[in-house]
Design a binder for this molecule. Structure first.
Ligand SMILES: [Zn+2]
Length: 424
């Protein structure tokens, strides 16, 4: 498979006499040779300039979630972030490392990115965790965020462009609720604003029973008799006594979870995002309602051009989750190994693959990383191999193929992988 990828890439190069300037800087915006050529802009008058913005062949385009994602402006990525009430486990880390790789591969094509990773700091679970420790929810959340940011830095995850906190976007949720009411997509009842969600399970292909089970599991209360339909969800609701609350046209209260993310995405990235990312377990209800609310408020279809839901990480056959205590903590792994090795372990698979953590997976990743470093130190500089690496990454982020080409071919191909995937 690797040999085939390299051969295809070699064929694409049309022989070795082609100027291979991009070997000097494989991460540059274009690799079609236009950058180094003189371009006659004056119709043959002899006046020529060199302009790196001009091309003679189409630019690279990332194929993501099975389809090309052409970008004409900076790629807008929204990744659903943490609820800061506990430490970071490997399942979280996997989501944020993959979102980081989406952005890095888009930048490899020469297109900038704007990445929003929110902080869900208005949430029952955070309020409870803070109360148990006798601390204000916002102060407690900030402490947890510090540990999260430290883990992300150790895993070479680039800080997001925007890190909106739900408590700073209450006004945007109120505006979202007002827009949904005006559009007839929501209704007010006893201090609540409910989004009409009867058709939302169908948008993600879920049966009614499966959707009901998931709605209950994630706290959407489909059995609440206040609602017209079990799949209506709260955009705004009154807060329980003692919980954080803000004024609104419908009385004091707080946003619903899905509305928070819809509002923060609209506020920081506009009416359409290029990539909506998060863990696989966010597909329903969270992402389905976030998308439905944004679409209903803005009218843009689709709200998210591509959706990247990163495969669940398990331990001993069970999903890794704080609620079950079935966890591997990033901070524990980093005591015995490098952030780059943990990162490679997370990435050496397809992004939507569910997998089980095993200690020997980390050992294998450490060895593979060592092989990659050795390969990067070699002089091997096959132009076809570099093209093969880029082609693999552009093909729905096929990291395993890119890494194996890099280890096999070495030189610039290995350095390209290390640089693009931030494995240094
Ligand atoms: Zn979210």
């Amino acid at each position: 498979m690797i040999a085939l990828a390299v051969r295809v890439a070699r064929d694409a190069l049309h022989g070795s006499s082609e100027p291979a300037w991009w070997l000097v800087d494989p991460g540059a915006p274009c690799h079609d040779g236009a950058m180094a050529k003189s371009v006659d802009l004056a119709g043959g008058s002899g006046y020529a300039v060199e302009d790196s913005r001009l091309r003679t062949s189409p630019p690279d385009v990332l194929r993501l979630a099975g389809e090309p994602l052409p970008l004409t402006i900076p790629g807008r990525i929204y990744v659903c972030g943490i609820t800061p009430y506990d430490v970071t486990h490997l399942g979280h880390a996997s989501t944020f490392v993959w979102a980081d790789v989406v952005a890095r591969v888009i930048r490899m094509t020469g297109v900038d990115t704007i990445l929003t990773r929110n902080v869900t700091d208005v949430d029952d679970v955070l309020t409870r965790a803070a109360a148990e420790r006798g601390r204000p929810y916002d102060e407690f959340g900030l402490t947890q965020e510090y540990f999260f940011d430290r883990d992300m830095a150790a895993l070479h995850v680039r800080p997001p462009t925007h890190a909106p906190h739900a408590r700073h976007h209450i006004e945007h949720v109120v505006r979202l609720a007002s827009a949904l009411l005006a559009a007839g997509a929501a209704y007010e009842r006893d201090g609540h604003v409910f989004f009409r969600g009867a058709d939302v399970p169908g948008t993600v292909g879920l049966s009614r029973d499966d959707a009901l089970a998931l709605s209950s599991e994630y706290g959407d209360r489909p059995d609440d008799v206040l609602r017209d339909d079990p799949f209506d969800v709260a955009v705004w609701h009154p807060a329980a006594t003692g919980d954080p609350a803000w004024p609104s046209p419908w009385g004091p209260g707080r946003p619903g979870w899905h509305a928070e993310c819809a509002a923060m995405a609209l506020a920081t990235l506009g009416g359409v995002v290029d990539v909506l990312a998060g863990g696989a377990d966010l597909a329903f209800p969270h992402h389905a309602y976030q998308v439905a609310m944004a679409r209903a408020a803005v009218g843009a279809t689709p709200f998210a051009r591509r959706q990247v839901r990163v495969g669940t990480v398990g331990l001993d056959g069970l999903k890794m989750a704080k609620s079950t205590g079935n966890l591997v903590l990033v901070s524990d792994l980093l005591r015995g190994t490098s952030g780059a090795a943990v990162r490679l372990m997370l990435l050496d698979r397809r992004w939507n693959e569910a997998w089980d953590y095993r200690p020997n997976a980390l050992r294998d990743a450490s060895r593979l990383l060592e092989d990659l470093y050795i390969a990067a130190g070699s002089r091997g500089a096959s132009a076809a191999a570099v093209i093969g690496v880029r082609a693999a990454l552009l093909d729905d982020l096929d990291v395993p193929t890119a890494v194996r080409i890099a280890v096999e071919e070495g030189g610039d191909a290995a350095r390209q992988v290390i640089r693009t995937l931030a494995l240094q």
